[in-house]
Ligand binder design. Structure first.
Ligand SMILES: Cc1cc2nc3c(=O)[nH]c(=O)nc-3n(C[C@H](O)[C@H](O)[C@H](O)COP(=O)(O)OP(=O)(O)OC[C@H]3O[C@@H](n4cnc5c(N)ncnc54)[C@H](O)[C@@H]3O)c2cc1C
Length: 475
């Protein structure tokens, strides 16, 4: 028998307490709206459990009553994966926010899934250690959300993405069982690697409640350099040299086109130009080390010298203080914000093999400019990972809604070119609701069937974030 909504709400309250079930006007837009404004939630309520046992009881209750669940972290995802479209219950993990242990000998950290990423970074730093996962949303996103999206960010080059940083997980499965896989071992070959099922699953296979993460030596010496260049080809060549000539000390290698930085100068007050003339492309590079005397600065100086001599670099500014380094990073981070002032924009998050980056950028921009004259491409991204965000701003003289109406036409072109270069249509943001069409188009039937089998095995009633990731998986 289907229970009435008020009885269901009573049931949820009995598990987590009345104050932790938000209803109606108690639910702010922070829980309901996706950051880019493309998706917003319909929900019976937002439930905020405080322990893994409460999560487990909630899941059992929802399963018994066929109530779909949307796990939610900081709701900073950009594909509509944490929004509720089927009147589901949003289970927000913010109250699971304890950092349990920082182990300075084993270089690990154990924490609950609702911890905000920036708080984990700070806790590692207090112990003179480093949690390298770093992204623009780090003050709001939660580690459970980071793992569920397999987040990337600015340090993937050296340290890998979220998947590479996790050693153990605790997960509440769709039947309510708690799987305790919270080990801190670097070596553990005991059957299937279950944790990797849940990393990048976007909450469709279970709710992550705790994590064990790898930590690293804190890079106390850093060298941040802003480099001006003529072409994307030169940026790729410089990247290859950086890896070879700096003992792989580079943690970030970020590409920005002139259009991007120009928009930041115009729209964001604290952004400034470091050169006395414009250049077509820029790279923001960072090297870091934890040696006693520090060798990053010396390494970047000597290697840039040879790149100058070979004509790969036109100009470069080495940050001489922490403040200047922050100003350079501010320029990179301001691009997303600056583009908001340029009207509507169609976003992409693709990756291609490194030797195809220049071809991808050139081919995409020229095809799109013929399709929509006046379209303004903002090309930037984590070039060392082959991950380019080719975001397209509307032509100045076009209506924003008319431009948005061409979303599929534009993304189809970018994704076709990406696919032709053996790339991926989603490098780091995931699928959610936004890229279901692409899953059907670019994933083989074998891959999709394998994913469906896994989903069916773990969640036969399809209560865990239905409709996301897998095409046709709505409740
Ligand atoms: C300004 C800005 C910059 C960004 N930069 C980057 C970037 O550089 N790299 C990058 O990869 N992403 C980036 N993102 C995207 C976003 O921040 C990441 O995807 C982030 O990892 C999402 O974390 P969250 O806690 O906000 O998750 P949410 O948005 O709340 O959820 C994302 C997905 O994870 C699931 N989920 C959340 N918590 C759990 C849990 N405990 N258990 C199971 N499933 C869960 C949700 O159901 C959903 O499917 C950026 C976003 C913004 C707004």
């Amino acid at each position: 028998m289907k229970l009435s909504e008020s009885v269901l709400i009573q049931g949820l309250r009995s598990i987590v307490g009345e104050a932790n079930v938000l209803l109606g006007e108690q639910i702010s837009d922070d829980f309901l709206k996706e950051r880019r404004g493309r998706f917003s939630s319909q929900t019976m309520g937002v439930v905020m459990p405080g322990t893994a046992e409460e999560v487990s009881a909630l899941v059992r209750f929802c399963k018994q009553n066929s109530l779909p669940i949307v796990p939610q972290g900081g709701n900073t995802g950009v594909c509509g994966a944490a929004v509720s479209v089927e009147d589901s219950v949003i289970v927000n993990l913010a109250r699971l926010n304890q950092i349990r242990k920082v182990d300075a000998t084993g270089f690990t950290m154990e924490a609950e899934a609702g911890c905000i990423l920036a708080n984990l970074q700070a806790a590692a730093k207090e112990s003179n250690l480093y949690l390298p996962l770093s992204l623009g949303a780090e003050g709001t996103c939660q580690i459970g959300g980071n793992l569920s999206t397999n987040a990337g960010g600015v340090n993937v080059l050296r340290y890998g993405n979220a998947r590479d940083l996790v050693l153990g997980l605790e997960v509440v499965l769709p039947n309510g069982d708690i799987w305790n896989g919270l080990n801190a071992l670097r070596k553990n070959n005991t059957g299937y690697d279950l944790k990797n099922l849940f990393v990048g699953a976007e909450g469709t296979l279970g709710i992550i409640t705790s994590v064990v993460l790898k930590l690293f030596p804190l890079p106390v010496h850093r060298s941040t350099v802003l480099i001006a260049m003529e072409s994307v080809e030169n940026a790729v060549e410089l990247f290859s040299r950086t890896r070879k000539e700096t003992s792989d000390f580079a943690s970030s290698f970020e590409l920005m086109s002139r259009v991007c930085v120009e928009s930041a100068f115009q729209n964001i007050p604290d952004c400034k130009d470091f050169f006395d003339q414009p250049y077509p492309w820029y790279v923001l590079m960072e090297l870091g080390d934890s040696t006693r005397d520090g060798i990053s600065q010396q390494l970047s100086e000597s290697f840039l010298e040879s790149a100058f001599e070979d004509g790969i670099v036109i100009d470069a500014v080495l940050a001489t203080s922490e403040k200047q380094s922050q100003e350079m990073w501010r320029l990179r981070e301001a691009i997303v914000e600056a583009q908001l002032y340029e009207g509507k924009s169609i976003k992409n998050d693709v990756s291609v093999p490194l030797d195809c980056i220049a071809e991808f950028v050139e081919q995409s921009i020229s095809t799109l400019e013929s399709l929509i004259p006046g379209i303004r491409p903002f090309a930037y991204g984590h070039i060392g990972d082959g991950n380019i965000h080719l975001n397209l701003s509307q032509p100045r003289d076009m209506d924003g809604d008319e431009f948005f109406g061409r979303w599929h036409e534009v993304t189809d072109i970018v994704h076709e070119i990406t696919d032709g270069l053996n790339g991926s249509f989603s490098a780091e943001h995931g699928i959610g609701l936004l890229k279901l069409r692409e899953m059907t188009r670019y994933k083989s039937s074998v891959e999709l069937e394998l994913m469906r089998s896994l989903k069916m095995a773990l969640d036969p009633d399809n209560i865990m974030n239905p409709g996301k990731v897998l095409p046709g998986s709505s409740h």
